[in-house]
Each structure stands twice: as structure tokens, then as C-alpha cells.
Design a protein around this ligand. Structure first.
Ligand code: HEM
Length: 451
């Protein structure tokens, strides 16, 4: 498989405007070529220094060992806070720590396993919808996976969807997420918060609706004392093991919206890219099908089967190496410090270019080849822990990674044995970085029923 992203020429040689144009079109195009070969790359644009950190031991310093000396960068916070408030994804310091402690047990395997039946039920609904399509029909796998993971997060979070206008929640979240690119770009050039941009009003209407809807659900549960097996009840009941305190209603609302925003598109993209890669690699696809068949005995997939799908998990991990749904993490130092011999200050940005690290010439053999054997247990043990970062690392590692892996396996295990999906032979998707890394053209695929 050819490298999907061609690194840009050295930014020093290119006029700043040209770099900025690339950054708006697809920020990954503007990354310096050294990110695929070097440990560290320092660039300067509009007077701001950006340090790209690629070597796993330096990644470990930034995300793990010196994590206390970094915060999430301002543009990301400014883009997300209007809708997500100060939830786990956006908060810093003591406020983040307390919320993370309260939410951690909610995402332990014992709780998350309880969501598997809902995940499988939603995947079966999509299987039934796909069954009604004419054989050979074209679908956009990225769009369908987005709908499916959205249904799953809404159902697992606020079960009893009869009382929720799921379509309106979906629109509102989409309008808000679409505004985040503009908000982040405007913040990066220090534009004032009132600066107008296309879709600003729609986004504001979207997050007002989302916050009202979530506040109503919370108030209703508090009023009735009703308990359900969903994330909302778990979050209302959860307490901080250190202080015994729970979350107030604003914290619960911020985090529910955070889980919707952070939890559906990422998993949907992991699945869309996986379907694409499996369609291109029939031998690997056959191994996945054989594993599913041997675990289920040919019966429909059930929750108890998921733990045995070891090769399927390897495939999902390798797909997130080739196409990481979160391709970049940005941090800002809170003090002057040294990373790999380079001094950085609170005015500088530190980029962890996950996509480039996953395709780094020094870290992976034939980095652009899709090969799930890289995630066989011995191969994983032989590698630096921080050469692979789909869920980031350190204290701010993705809290939903167990949830996402179960969900991805449940969806693949339900849909793959029923349908074969293949992209047109000449179709090469372009990974495009927005907040997540999406296929720029969607994921058009032809669907056939397996006999
Ligand atoms: C394949 C799917 C997913 C991927 C690739 C992914 C990736 C990531 C990454 C890279 C981060 C770190 C961001 C940073 O530090 O700047 C993160 C954080 C986070 N993710 Fe995920 N995620 C996925 C699914 C989920 C799900 C399903 C949920 C919730 C249901 C979730 C909730 C969160 C939250 C709350 C954070 C913030 C954690 C903190 O700052 O303490 N994610 N995710």
C-alpha cells in the first residue's frame, strides 16, 4: 500500500501563506517531512515555534513522565468548550483529576461489558437495514458507521431512546463538530471570540439544544430517582474514591456531551478504515471470518464471544496504526523545559503527530503495509510502548478505549460474516485531518451479501 500522505517540502523553503493554505486544506500536508524519519522536528510559523515529537522515549516524556508540565493547547479547548464545557476532555488540573477519578470505575471492563448487548443489538439493526439493499448497492461505509456508533453511544448513555429526538441530537452534534475546525483555526491566529464564521449560528443553536436536552434528562432522573443500566445512571451514582463526593449536574452534563462527541466519530472512523483495509486484503479478511465462525460456531455473535476474538482485535489495532482516528495531539508547556535537547517555553506548541509516528521509518518495517501480525503478543512486547498511540498515553489516555474496542469488535463480528464490502479498485481514500482523521471523500463501498 503506498503512503497515503505525501509529506510537504521543508516549511523553511515555502512561503508562510502556502503553508497556511495547506494547513486549512489538510494540516497533515503541512507537516515537515522529517516527522517520518527524525526524533524531533522544530518549525517556526508566524513567530510561533512548534516542536514535533516523534521518538517514543520523548513521547513518553511529554505524555507520561512530565505530563504535569503540559496542558491541552488553547485552540482545542476554545473549539470544544462551548458545547462540552469543562468535562474530562477539556478540563485541566484539579478539576480534571477529580472528574477522571469519579468516571474511571464507570469505564472499567465490569461496567463496559454490560453495554455489549446494546452494541450488538444496534449492529443487528444495521445488518437488517443492509439486508434490504439491492445486492451490489453502493454505500458510504463512513456515514453508516457514524450512524451506528451514534445510536450506540446515545443508547448506552441515555437508555430508553423513545424519549429522545435522536435525529435532532445527531444534527445538533454534527453542526457543533463542524464548527470546531473554524474555532480552532481562529484561536490559532488569536482572533477574538466574536469573529463570525460560516455555520457559527447553527453550531450555537446545536449546542444550546444539546445542553438543554441533557439537563432535562438529568433533572428527570434526579426527580424520579429512577436508575437504569446506562452511563447517565452510572455517572449520577459515581463518587470520588478520595473525597466521597459525586459530580454536580453541570459536570454530569459536560461529560455526557463529551462522551457523545469523543465517543462516536472516532470508533466509526476506526471501523470505516477497517472495512476498507479488509476489502483490500481478502486473505486477512478470511482469517477474521474463520475466527468469528470458530468462536460463534456459525451462530449470531453474542456478548460472550467477544473476548475470544483475538485476531479480530489485532486487525482493529493494525487498522488504527495505518489510519489512526486521532492523528494528532497538541500540548502547550506550562513552564520552560527541555525535550530532546530543545528548550521549549509556554509560548510554544508541542505536536505528537500520531499518524507520522505510526508510519515512522525508524519504528516500523514497511510502515505503509497493512499487517495485523504486528499486533501478535510477541511483536507487541518487542516494541517500544510509545511507538503506537491510537488512544494517546499517560494520565490523559482515552478513558473510552475499552468501550471502543468492544464496540468495534461487536460491530465487525456482526456485520462482516453477513456482508462483503469492497471499495472500487482505483479508489484511494485521502486521510484528512479535522479534529479526527476522516477519509476526505467518505468511504464509498459496494456491498454484497455473503452466501
Ligand atoms: C477508536 C475510538 C477512539 C479513539 C481512537 C480515541 C482516541 C482518543 C485520544 C487519542 C485521546 C487523547 C486526546 C488528548 O489527550 O489530546 C482520547 C481522549 C478521550 N476519549 Fe477517546 N477515543 C476513542 C473512543 C472513545 C470513546 C468510545 C469514548 C467514550 C465513550 C471516549 C472518550 C474520551 C475522553 C472522555 C477523553 C479525554 C480523557 C482525558 O483527557 O482524561 N473515547 N481519546
Amino acid at each position: 500500500m503506498p503512503p497515503a500522505i505525501v509529506a510537504g517540502r521543508s516549511p523553511g523553503l515555502i512561503h508562510t501563506l502556502a503553508v497556511l493554505r495547506r494547513m486549512v486544506r489538510n494540516p497533515m500536508d503541512a507537516w515537515p517531512p522529517g516527522v517520518y524519519t527524525d526524533d524531533l522536528v522544530r518549525t517556526r510559523l508566524l513567530g510561533h515555534v512548534t516542536l514535533f515529537v516523534c521518538a517514543p522515549d520523548l513521547v513518553q516524556q511529554v505524555l507520561v513522565d512530565d505530563a504535569e508540565s503540559f496542558i491541552k493547547a488553547e485552540p482545542m479547548r476554545r473549539a470544544l468548550e462551548p458545547a462540552l464545557g469543562q468535562g474530562i476532555l477539556t478540563a485541566e488540573g484539579a478539576r480534571w483529576r477529580a472528574q477522571r477519578r469519579v468516571a474511571a470505575p464507570v469505564f472499567r471492563p465490569a461496567s463496559v461489558n454490560g453495554f455489549l448487548p446494546a452494541m450488538i443489538a444496534a449492529a443487528r439493526t444495521m445488518r437488517d437495514e443492509w439486508s434490504k439493499l439491492t445486492p451490489g448497492a453502493d454505500i458510504d461505509a463512513a456515514h453508516d458507521m457514524m450512524r451506528l456508533t451514534f445510536d450506540i453511544i446515545v443508547e448506552t448513555m441515555l437508555s430508553g431512546r423513545g424519549r429522545i429526538d435522536v435525529g435532532r441530537v445527531e444534527h445538533s452534534m454534527r453542526d457543533f463538530l463542524e464548527s470546531t475546525g473554524w474555532l480552532a483555526a481562529l484561536s490559532a491566529v488569536h482572533a477574538p471570540t466574536w469573529t463570525p464564521f460560516p455555520g457559527k449560528w447553527r453550531a450555537a443553536r446545536g449546542h444550546t439544544y444539546l445542553r438543554t436536552m441533557v439537563a432535562e434528562r438529568i433533572a428527570e432522573r434526579r426527580r424520579t430517582g429512577e436508575r437504569r443500566d446506562d452511563l447517565l445512571s452510572l455517572m449520577l451514582d459515581a463518587t470520588d474514591p478520595e473525597t466521597g463526593r459525586g459530580l454536580d449536574d453541570v459536570d454530569v452534563a459536560d461529560n455526557l456531551l463529551t462522551f457523545i462527541a469523543a465517543g462516536h466519530e472516532t470508533t466509526a472512523l476506526a471501523l470505516a478504515w477497517t472495512f476498507y483495509l479488509l476489502g483490500r486484503h481478502p486473505d486477512i479478511e478470511q482469517r477474521v471470518l474463520d475466527e468469528i465462525a470458530s468462536v460463534t460456531g456459525g451462530a449470531p455473535l453474542e456478548a460472550a464471544h467477544i473476548g475470544s476474538l483475538a485476531y479480530t482485535r489485532q486487525v482493529i489495532f493494525e487498522s488504527m496504526r495505518v489510519y489512526p482516528p486521532v492523528a494528532l495531539i497538541v500540548r502547550q508547556p506550562t513552564r520552560t523545559l527541555e525535550v530532546g535537547g530543545v528548550t521549549i517555553t509556554p509560548d510554544d506548541n508541542v505536536f505528537i503527530p500520531i499518524y507520522a509516528i505510526h508510519h515512522h521509518r525508524k519504528l516500523w518495517q514497511e510502515p505503509d503495509r497493512f499487517d495485523p501480525e504486528r499486533f501478535a503478543p510477541d511483536a507487541v512486547r518487542a516494541r517500544h510502548r510509545y511507538a503506537y498511540l491510537p488512544f494517546a498515553a499517560g494520565p490523559r489516555i482515552c478513558i473510552g478505549m475499552g468501550f471502543a474496542m468492544l464496540e468495534a469488535a461487536a460491530i465487525l463480528g456482526t456485520l462482516l460474516p453477513a456482508f462483503r464490502l469492497a471499495a472500487a479498485p482505483d479508489f484511494v481514500p485521502t486521510p484528512k485531518l479535522r479534529v479526527t482523521m476522516r477519509p476526505a471523500e467518505g468511504m464509498p463501498m459496494r456491498i454484497e451479501r455473503r452466501t
